[in-house]
Design a protein around this ligand. Structure first.
Ligand code: P1T
Length: 394
């Protein structure tokens, strides 16, 4: 089966990265072999040599992700964090990076506690479009965006950032990286808007079943791809064939899962926004009142807001904690993007490692609750939110 240029997302999700095998298996076999036969020294009989360097299941997943991100090249890693680490490891010693302030806590930790050990310094800003021209230095090599951000769902105009880099850092080879974990390739394709690399914690929507930790990146920049592929092999932070296979299976239903989650999420966000008595503020990109809704219209498929919502509950940390322990269907746990609904309190969970001042500057207050809307029935999820809110604020 050969995909055509005109094939739409759902067709690509099912068929991109399709395997070929001698038995004609419709479903891809899992290739567990760590090593592959050679006919004479340094002459593998096929395209594979050793499974850290490449493996059929990983290669097919990489091709599928690349196809969904409109990219020529994809690479898969043992986690989203390993993907981040490999990109940062590719920077020359003494480089400078600029990152959006409100990034996933683990990404913030990598920038501030690991990348700095090999001389990469990072400036964080909560107003990237305004601050970027002043923040760019002679040694700036990378700009990191998460859109929407984790957990306050701020949306950034990727094209505007790409244009600023072109204008203020021409000839400096600055790489623009977009973490697209919260939307998945179904809702947005950052490479279309000028990003050089798109990254995902595939642990979330791409796999979608909360049973694999895995990361992926995609790019159209061949030299960059080759450098990252070299590091992928040299560092060895690769996923197992089974994890690559599971993730590829999950990816095939991405469009159905993400659309359903977004259909429920807008209903829940609208309800929360209407409950002025118990809710201080709601962050959801699908709401027309979202401060960056104009960018959502441009960057997101059908103006979908995705499955992630965060909101501030009245009653502070205590009410947040009570809410988090009062839901029936939403499980209190870190992570997101699975078929099941989850919730968490970022200030003491995913973003607990960020100093309070920096955390609050990006909107992560003690009363903020983050929910990942799964694909259970919309009405049941809404009822669960309503009853938990009642319990937490009564
Ligand atoms: O967990 P891992 O696959 O290593 O991915 C890290 C990561 C990267 N980028 C974003 C936007 C993320 O949300 C994550 C992981 N996030 C969580 C575990 C969480 O609950 O937010």
């Amino acid at each position: 089966m050969t995909l055509q240029e005109s094939d739409k997302f759902a067709t690509k999700a099912i068929h991109a990265g399709e395997h070929v095998d001698v038995h004609g298996s419709v479903i891809e076999p899992i290739s567990l072999s760590t090593t592959f036969k050679q006919s004479s020294p340094a002459n593998p009989i096929g395209t594979y040599e050793y499974s850290r360097s490449q493996n059929p299941n990983r290669e097919n997943l990489e091709r599928a992700v690349a196809a969904l991100e409109n990219a020529q090249y994809g690479l898969a890693f043992s986690s989203g964090s390993a993907t981040t680490a490999t990109i940062l490891q590719s920077l020359p010693q003494g480089s400078h990076a600029v990152s959006i302030g409100d990034v996933y806590g683990g990404t913030h930790r990598y920038f501030t506690k690991v990348a700095n050990a090999h001389g990469v310094e990072t400036s964080f800003t909560n107003d990237l479009l305004n601050d970027l021209p002043q923040l760019i230095k002679e040694n700036t090599k990378l700009v990191w965006i998460e859109t929407p951000t984790n957990p306050t769902l701020k949306v950034t105009d990727i094209q505007k950032v790409a244009d600023l880099i072109k204008k203020h850092a021409a000839g400096q080879d600055v790489i623009l990286v977009v973490d697209n974990t919260f939307l998945s390739p179904y809702i947005s394709n950052p490479l279309n808007f000028g990003a050089d690399i798109v990254v995902h914690s595939a642990t979330k929507y791409i796999n979608g079943h909360s049973d694999v930790v895995l990361g992926v990146l995609a790019t159209n920049n061949k030299p960059l791809y080759e450098r990252l592929q070299f590091l992928q092999n040299a560092i060895g932070a690769i996923p197992s064939p089974f994890d690559a296979w599971l993730t590829h299976r999950g990816l095939k239903t991405l469009h159905l899962r993400v659309r359903q989650a977004a259909v429920s999420a807008i209903k829940i966000a609208e309800f929360l926004a209407s409950d002025k008595e118990n809710v201080v503020a709601v962050n959801y990109p699908g709401l027309k009142t979202h401060p960056n809704y104009d960018v959502v219209l441009k960057q997101h498929r059908d103006a979908l807001g995705g499955g992630m919502i965060s909101f501030r509950i009245k009653g502070g940390a205590e009410a947040a904690s009570k809410f988090a322990s009062s839901t029936r269907l939403f499980t209190l746990a870190e992570s997101l993007g699975g078929i099941e609904s989850l919730l968490e309190v970022p200030a003491v969970m995913t973003h607990g490692g960020i100093p309070k001042e920096a955390r609050e500057a990006s909107g992560v207050f003690d009363d903020l609750i983050r929910i990942s809307v799964g694909i259970e029935d919309t009405e049941d999820l809404l009822e669960d939110i309503k009853q938990a809110l009642k319990q937490a604020t009564s």
